[in-house]
Design a protein around this ligand. Structure first.
Ligand SMILES: [Zn+2]
Length: 273
């Protein structure tokens, strides 16, 4: 599943391709991708819509239209956008097709079909978005907000960090990486963390996300790749993620794995307290 830095890279790749383009026709071929709207209504509402920008809120991709409408897209497990020229044939699992006014087609492919789209007439309304916490790299995600959020919760830190209504944008990878960087145990209760250590965690969260965005994505995002593949690269180096049994980069002790809330947590039993 793409995490926030990957979604950020998808948005950056999409933006120059579609901003200022008009959707001449839209074609929703698989109803389940946009379950809150009928297929004809989906196609009708996006027909002739001028795209004024592409943005992101958490892991939602937002297409903004001149009309004020917003199309939200969540890639979930395997959703991806592909940009096709007229002579390229459709990739597999092409569930949504936008015919753009520059003769290209923007295609949403999704092998597993968990990706979701929704159209909102009022840009303030997107329900799933309102409950989301502040963007972790924005000015809204202040140290004060983070410390108060921790103080209010007795949940294990790993759980809290994955709760997108509390801390936005950390998936499994970046949550365990941030905890390692801050030297804090994933099992520790949020409200038991001292203020100096909470500040350290706050810095670590911003650091791992910024680092991931700066370093490029874990996915090679090529929108023009007709196969619709975002290729995973092996270049990415994780400090603890998926390194069970390997020596800790700080102390050499073996990295351990536990399951928390059904997901793997990796940590160093010596460096993280
Ligand atoms: Zn260690």
């Amino acid at each position: 599943m793409p995490e926030l830095p990957e979604v950020e890279h998808v948005v950056r790749a999409l933006s120059p391709l579609v901003t200022g383009r008009r959707i001449l026709a839209a074609e929703l071929n698989l109803k389940r991708i946009a379950p809150t709207i009928s297929r004809p209504a989906f196609n009708r509402q996006l027909q002739n819509a001028l795209i004024t920008g592409v943005g992101r809120r958490g892991k939602y991709i937002l297409f903004q239209f001149e009309s004020g409408h917003i199309l939200t897209t969540h890639l979930r497990m395997t959703g991806k956008f592909v940009s096709l020229t007229t002579d390229q044939s459709l990739p597999p699992y092409a569930h949504v097709i936008f015919y753009l006014d520059d003769d290209r087609r923007l295609v949403f492919c999704d092998m597993r079909q968990f990706g979701r789209m929704e159209i909102f007439k009022d840009p303030r309304r997107p329900k799933g978005l309102q409950i989301l916490a502040p963007e972790p790299l924005s000015e809204d995600f202040t140290e004060k907000y983070f410390l108060e959020t921790l103080a209010r919760s007795g949940r294990p830190l790993k759980h809290l960090l994955l709760d997108q209504t509390r801390v936005l944008g950390l998936g499994n990878i970046y949550a365990v990486e941030a905890l390692f960087l801050a030297g804090i145990s994933p099992m520790k209760a949020a409200n038991k963390l001292s203020k100096p250590r909470a500040r350290k965690l706050y810095q670590a969260i911003r650091e791992v996300l910024q680092e991931a965005i700066d370093a490029g994505s874990t996915l090679k995002i090529d929108l023009a790749d007709g196969n619709g593949s975002y290729v995973g690269t092996s270049e990415r180096f994780w400090r603890v993620y998926e390194r069970e049994g390997e020596p800790c980069v700080n102390c050499g002790k073996r990295i351990r794995r536990v399951v928390q809330g059904g997901r793997s947590t990796y940590f160093c039993p010596k460096c993280q307290r």
